[in-house]
Design a protein. Structure first.
Length: 155
């Protein structure tokens, strides 16, 4: 997949091409500033989530970007997507620390020993989404005690 973006200033070479991986690389290399990225198809928007502390710095980096164009074999005629920088509470580093303890934090680990299925960062929700085969009051309580508001349980 490749992407190009259009800048607000026509004298900047109106379109610059780069790989879509570029945004993801920024997130991976700056996990204390960024939380993630996600797309909404209904509004054709690329959302780049950043911590409130890094908002002004990262907004300045993207201030001249008007849209991102994604092209791939599956949908070569996609229209350009708007880019929206969104502040979030937790960084990718914060959420990665939660993920590191999903299997071991007690009493959570004991309570979910037979029901824990999946987990991963949900950039849109700014949480670690944890999939369990059954959600009970005990599961919710253990999650809240172990991880606070940094997780969302799904069944």
């Amino acid at each position: 997949m490749t992407a190009s973006y259009s800048t607000a200033n026509a004298s900047d070479n109106a379109t610059v091409s780069y790989t879509a991986q570029g945004i993801q690389d920024s997130i991976v290399h700056n996990p204390d500033d960024y939380a993630g990225v996600y797309c909404t198809r209904d509004t054709n928007t690329l959302h780049v989530t950043v911590t409130r502390e890094a908002l002004s710095k990262i907004s300045a980096l993207y201030s001249r970007v008007r849209s991102v164009k994604f092209q791939d074999a599956a949908s070569p005629a996609q229209p350009a997507a708007a880019v929206k920088i969104e502040p979030v509470r937790y960084s990718r580093s914060d959420l990665a620390r939660v993920m590191a303890f999903v299997r071991s934090a007690e009493p959570w680990a004991t309570v979910t020993r037979d029901t824990l299925a999946t987990w991963g960062i949900d950039s849109a929700a700014d949480k670690v989404q944890i999939g369990v085969t059954k959600i009970t009051a005990e599961t919710r309580d253990a999650a809240a005690k172990a991880f606070g508001d940094k997780v969302e349980l799904v069944q």
